[in-house]
Write a new protein. Structure first.
Length: 462
């Protein structure tokens, strides 16, 4: 009973920690999220210890029973987490003593919290990476659905936010699918690097007990045990990789959000959202604002910040374990939560988005977006070097600009002033849909290509 409220190291200590330090030094409010992984790793560790006859079989059985009971208590919200015991590892060990008595004392044989925490954390990050990839798949599905309905929707593509060339809205959306597939690969690659189990490295030096690290590694789903006990407890590369992949993915979502904010503005009016994803103004009765897109864009800062914080924690930290490392989990959990929310808000935005096709098409016709098509025509059909065709097309644009008309409003007579014998159907060259569909090169915006790509992306999902 007396030991109940004592820390593990109380025999060595003359005084208990100050209340203030206890609060600041404890990580339980954050790392209780690792309870499943902690219990899983402890059970496997105990099985290994009994198999290797390092601890008595009966005590091992009692420990495992107790750990399972603790899991149920936490699952059912019946577990009392105590700041006094600092973190999830000691909270669980303390409770185990209450449930199974002295048998609990065998659990921490041949391990330290240093290898314990990094084992739990690696298992968690692995699961989180798979979870993020599943959510990215849902976003890809939403994008594919929206793209399928907008293959013929022509809009201006921009460079420098100036009208550049006509493109399909579907092609624009598919650009984000490419980014998201790269994101998925990043998270997947990270998993292959996480795949080494640190358990058994103990504090930093390894252990004199005859443990079987291959057994624990395999049972915990790792490919093999880590190779150096010092690196094992000091390595947080996997956290940095996760934060980095999250920051890059958040950056992609932020660009999508920014595009939507621009396209949804009155000035552009290319798209609109249903009320499900809009908010009003407390003073301006007419307003409907795309808040989710702004949150996605803004919160990318959180993902960047967490990566930067983790890199900075590691910089200059002597190797093996230091308390600095304790804050790694808050950063990773926060990035995971933020990215998951941003992904699900992106899905909702896409699902609630309608295109204003006429506005898009009208805008695609502005800004002489088919001037390049005319230069291409002169190069392809009139055998001019491209630079010559480009120069003639520039003059045509200057002429149309002076006359305040679009290129497709020029008469053949006017065009013939710039290039003789333009026999074929020039006005067709200036048509934005024709322009879009002429881009048949691999990866281009023609509807034919888009249909092929949609099929390909769909096949990747299965
Ligand atoms: N709560 C600690 C952390 O998250 C566990 C490891 C503690 N190890 C130690 N030597 N204080 O990093």
């Amino acid at each position: 009973m007396k030991n109940k409220n004592k820390t593990v190291w109380s025999n060595r200590f003359g005084k208990t920690n100050s209340k203030n330090f206890q609060r600041i030094g404890a990580s339980i409010n954050v790392d209780k999220r690792l309870y499943n992984e902690d219990i899983q790793a402890s059970i496997v560790h105990t099985q290994m210890l009994t198999k290797k006859k390092i601890i008595p079989r009966n005590d091992g059985i009692r420990i495992i029973k107790g750990l399972k009971k603790i899991k149920t208590e936490i699952d059912k919200n019946k577990f009392k987490f105590k700041e006094k015991f600092e973190d999830i590892h000691q909270n669980i060990e303390k409770r185990l003593f209450q449930i199974v008595g002295d048998s609990a004392g065998y659990l921490h044989t041949a391990r330290s919290r240093n290898d314990q925490v990094v084992t739990d954390f690696k298992i968690w990050v692995k699961k989180a990476s798979l979870d993020i990839n599943e959510t990215i798949n849902l976003l890809i599905k939403s994008l594919l659905k929206k793209a399928s309905r907008n293959i013929d929707t022509v809009m201006p593509g921009f460079t420098h936010l100036k009208n550049a060339q006509p493109i399909s809205f579907a092609h624009y959306l598919l650009a984000y699918i490419e980014m998201l597939y790269r994101d998925k690969k990043r998270f997947k690659n990270n998993i292959s690097l996480i795949d080494e189990c640190p358990l058994g490295s103990a504090a930093l030096a390894g252990t004199s007990f005859n443990i079987d690290r291959n057994y624990t590694a395999k049972k915990l789903g790792f490919r093999k045990p880590t190779g150096n006990s010092i690196d094992s407890v000091s390595d947080r590369d996997f956290a940095i990789d996760f934060l980095s992949a999250s920051a890059t993915c958040a950056m992609h979502l932020s660009r999508l959000a920014e595009d939507f904010i621009i396209f949804n503005s009155e000035a552009f009016s290319f798209i609109e959202f249903t009320d499900k994803v809009l908010t009003g103004s407390s003073i301006m009765p007419q307003k409907k604002n795309p808040d989710p897109a702004e949150l996605i864009r803004g919160r990318t800062a959180i993902n960047y910040g967490n990566l930067n914080s983790m890199l900075t924690i590691m910089k200059g930290l002597p190797i093996s374990y230091y308390k600095d490392l304790q804050d790694d989990k808050e950063l990773v959990f926060d990035s995971f939560d933020t990215l998951k929310d941003s992904l699900s808000m992106s899905i909702e935005l896409i699902d609630n988005l309608n295109t204003k096709k006429n506005n898009m098409r009208n805008m695609a016709q502005k800004g002489y977006t088919t001037a390049t098509d005319f230069a291409d025509y002169l190069a392809q059909k009139k055998n001019l070097p491209f630079r010559k065709g480009y120069a003639i097309s520039s003059k045509l644009v200057n002429y149309a600009e002076r006359k305040k008309i679009r290129l497709d409003q020029l008469s053949m007579k006017e065009i013939n002033k710039f290039i003789k014998n333009t026999e074929i159907n020039i006005p067709k060259i200036f048509d934005v849909v024709n322009s879009m569909n002429s881009k048949t090169s691999y990866g281009g915006t023609s509807t034919k290509n888009i249909k092929k790509m949609i099929k390909k992306y769909k096949s990747y999902l299965n």
